[in-house]
Design a protein around this ligand. Structure first.
Ligand code: EPU
Length: 338
């Protein structure tokens, strides 16, 4: 195991922010992970995986552990379904494609989501009407204090909208090492209800879609709206869509009758933050190398040399403007490292 010093993290975060790790180690095995956690010379640690959901605003004065655990296997199967186990360092989209290649259903709507398997449970990744929790069975995580492996089932994870125990009580206490998912081998449950998917299938003349057709539709929609981090640094949706009470919603919709919204349970309403940000005039705007994507205002982008602080400043201005215009607070979805 080699511990490197002063390593740039530019290629380890999808925003492409050029900050340095004081120390850096590549983690490729569980025993090695345990050993690194025992090293007393590096009391400060920082975990990085796909780096697709973080904004780094300064150099990391710690031992940065890049979780690069690999492997996908079948844990169990019967005629109807299969339980797969994927190690944390596997790329999420590769896992989705691996599943589709074998005819397994469940991940098609989650195609092309950037990032790695190990971070998927942290924010309960979701897109086009499906969330990780819909296929999730359990995950294994290493306790950073004891080095022990602990199993978390679906209930333990306390999944919510872009939320889980790993963003709350369990934050910084565990490193997710693998995830087990239940996928279907037949009688796939298709989720085509999300407007854009129906339109995309229709425009391709598909009436009875397969799981592959749905995946292709999702890929086409994402490619048309969301920037590819390899070409333009970004972290997907920067903010969560705000959820407001009925009382607040009634007032809001009276003033903005054209606003899109989703009605949730318990008299709650979700308003697309992308719409709110666009209404404030930010869509497609550029401030130095920090900008708001021209096709999806929820996505902040790095045109090349933006610093994390510049992106953060833009995010804070957006929050302020949205609050002034609509009286609604929008909160970041990405993990901001200050
Ligand atoms: N909208 C605008 N202007 C914009 C962007 C969106 O008016 O610039 C409006 C759209 O017209 C539409 C509504 O907002 O009426 C919703 O837009 P969209 O379908 O693009 O979805 P979203 O709510 O903006 C969420 C997720 C995305 C996910 C899509 C599809 C969050 C924070 N984001 O975006 O997830 O791909 O739905 O399911 O929930 C991510 O988390 O990184 C991510 C990309």
């Amino acid at each position: 195991m080699t511990i490197q010093e002063n390593i740039s993290l530019k290629s380890h975060n999808t925003f492409g922010i050029d900050v340095k790790a004081r120390f850096f180690v590549e983690i490729t095995g569980l025993a090695q992970l345990q050993k690194v956690l025992e090293l007393t010379a590096y009391p400060k640690r920082f975990i990085i995986s796909g780096g697709s959901n973080m904004l780094l605003t300064k150099d990391i004065d710690a031992l940065v552990m890049h979780i690069n655990l690999k492997g996908i296997s079948i844990a169990e199967e019967n005629g109807e379904s299969v339980e797969i186990k994927a190690m944390a360092g596997e790329n999420w989209h590769n896992l989705a494609m691996w599943s589709l290649d074998r005819g397994y259903g469940g991940l098609e709507n989650l195609s092309l989501i950037p990032g790695n398997v190990g971070t998927a449970p942290i924010q309960n990744i979701g897109a086009y009407g499906v969330e990780l929790k819909d296929v999730f069975i359990s995950c294994t995580a290493m306790d950073v204090e004891t080095g022990e492996l602990v199993a978390f089932d679906k209930e333990d994870c306390q999944f919510g909208y872009r939320d889980s125990i790993f963003k709350n009580e369990a934050k910084d206490k565990f490193i997710i090492t693998s995830v087990n998912l239940r996928l279907t081998k037949k009688d796939h449950v298709l989720h085509t209800g999300y407007g854009a998917i129906e339109e995309e299938l229709k425009s391709n003349g598909i009436v009875y879609p397969t799981i592959r057709d749905i995946s292709n539709a999702v890929i086409a929609i994402r490619q048309s709206k969301l920037p590819d981090p390899k070409e333009l640094g970004n972290s997907g949706s920067f903010f969560k869509n705000p959820v407001i009470s009925k009382k607040k919603f009634d007032k809001f919709i009276k003033h903005h009758p054209k606003a899109p919204f989703y009605e949730l349970e318990d008299d709650q309403f979700k308003i697309p933050a992308g719409w709110l940000i666009e209404q404030c005039g930010f869509k497609g705007k550029r401030f130095g190398d920090a900008g708001v994507h021209e096709k999806q205002a929820l996505v902040l982008v790095n045109y090349g040399k933006a610093t994390g602080k510049e992106i953060l400043e833009l995010a804070e201005n957006i929050q302020k403007e949205v609050k002034n215009k609509f009286g609604i607070d929008i909160l970041p979805e990405v993990n901001i490292i200050k």
